[in-house]
Design a protein around this ligand. Structure first.
Ligand SMILES: [Zn+2]
Ligand SMILES: [Zn+2]
Length: 364
């Protein structure tokens, strides 16, 4: 069978399958759901082999000791994670020292802000709202662009990221949630341990032995996404080289170019990392819960704005297939504004949002 490149386009068989699964009500062997019937993730995922309605991965996939089986990540993989997380931290420290002594040029600030918007939107619009939740449709060019920009954020290959996030929705704040801040003990220490784990600690943990592919059959069928996924190191490298070349061209000096790598590459990656991870940590601890989502997800005003709409996280958990996370007029959602804006020029379509009846049915 010829792989379907355009899995995201309307009318494709895979998208249709995704919609069927999104709309599936709890039934024998169906996509696991919360007890209120709202599908917790939003696209094809692994189907429980037993026909049961699992709330933990072990029940779904036959893990041992009551929980998900894990496989230990290799030393090389662990080193890559340490470098990907640690190098941007060192970059920020270097930027602070250099700015203290010599100041910073406007081009480097522009590269930081522009790079944050481009790669951050690659995560929020691409990795999250399109690839994970299929909350809108688009063509292969925008699909590729979003996958590449998301990859440049250095948060992992697109298919793995989507698999992890679908698990997060499926088991949200239960034991097999890959990055829940809950269940880490009581008191202030328990909260701190939970925040650390949800923010960064989970990244160094082992993978489920079954692999994330079980959660991403739709993406794995796309030759386009498989190719972009395989070329992940190239996109990460380009995320450093491109700002360096721009800064070199603008300043006309090699030092200016290297500072472009620092600000538009490493500092930008640091900011995107920690804003994204704050959605996993802060937005499951602090904020309002206007909707019944059967987990600890919160609407956090700061990360609603800084996170380009992602911080309206309780809204998102209550309505995971909605392209719009900022559901109130005052909840600014830059990602949705762009998705909607692109629909006016025909570059996106089938933009999904919940109707008033559904909103009212889940209001707490
Ligand atoms: Zn969440
Ligand atoms: Zn999500």
């Amino acid at each position: 069978m010829v792989p379907n490149d355009n899995v995201i386009s309307a009318g494709s068989a895979m998208r249709q399958r995704a919609i069927e699964l999104i709309e599936a009500k709890p039934s024998h062997g169906a996509v696991p759901t919360h007890t209120n019937g709202e599908s917790t993730a939003s696209a094809p995922r692994a189907v429980a082999p037993s026909g049961a309605k699992p709330r933990t991965a072990e029940r779904a996939y036959g893990g041992v000791d009551g929980h998900l089986r894990e496989h230990t990540i290799s030393g090389v993989e662990r080193l890559a994670v340490v470098v990907a997380v640690g190098l941007p931290v060192l970059g920020v420290l270097a930027a602070i020292v250099l700015t203290w002594g010599w100041g910073v040029q406007p081009v480097h600030i522009a590269l930081l802000v522009g790079g944050y918007l481009a790669t951050g939107l690659g995560i929020t619009i691409g990795y999250h709202r399109l690839f994970t939740h299929k909350s809108f449709s688009t063509g292969p060019v925008i699909t590729a662009l979003l996958a590449i920009l998301g990859s440049m954020a250095t948060e992992g290959r697109v298919i793995r990221w989507v698999g992890t996030h679908r698990m997060h929705h499926q088991f949200s704040d239960d034991h097999d949630d890959p990055h829940s801040p809950t269940h880490h003990g009581g008191g202030a220490l328990g909260v701190l341990k939970g925040l650390w784990f949800a923010h960064m600690g989970w990244i160094f943990k082992s993978d489920p032995a079954e692999g994330f592919e079980r959660y991403t059959p739709d993406l794995s069928k796309s030759r386009l996404l498989r190719t972009i996924d395989r070329l992940f190191p190239l996109w990460v490298a380009l995320g450093l080289v491109i700002p360096g070349l721009i800064a070199w061209a603008v300043t006309g000096t090699v030092v200016g170019g290297l500072l472009g790598v620092l600000w538009g590459g490493l500092v930008r990656t640091f900011v995107v990392h920690h804003v994204t991870w704050s959605i996993n940590s802060v937005c499951h601890v602090w904020g309002a819960r206007p909707y019944d989502s059967h987990d600890e997800s919160r609407n956090n005003v700061l990360f609603g704005f800084v996170g380009m709409g992602e911080g309206w996280h309780n809204n998102h958990h209550a309505f995971p297939t909605s392209a719009r996370h900022g559901l109130e007029w005052w909840q600014f959602d830059l990602s949705y504004v762009i998705i909607k804006g692109l629909s006016y020029v025909g570059l996106t379509w089938d933009v999904r949002t919940p109707g008033q009846e559904r909103l009212d049915s889940k209001r707490t």
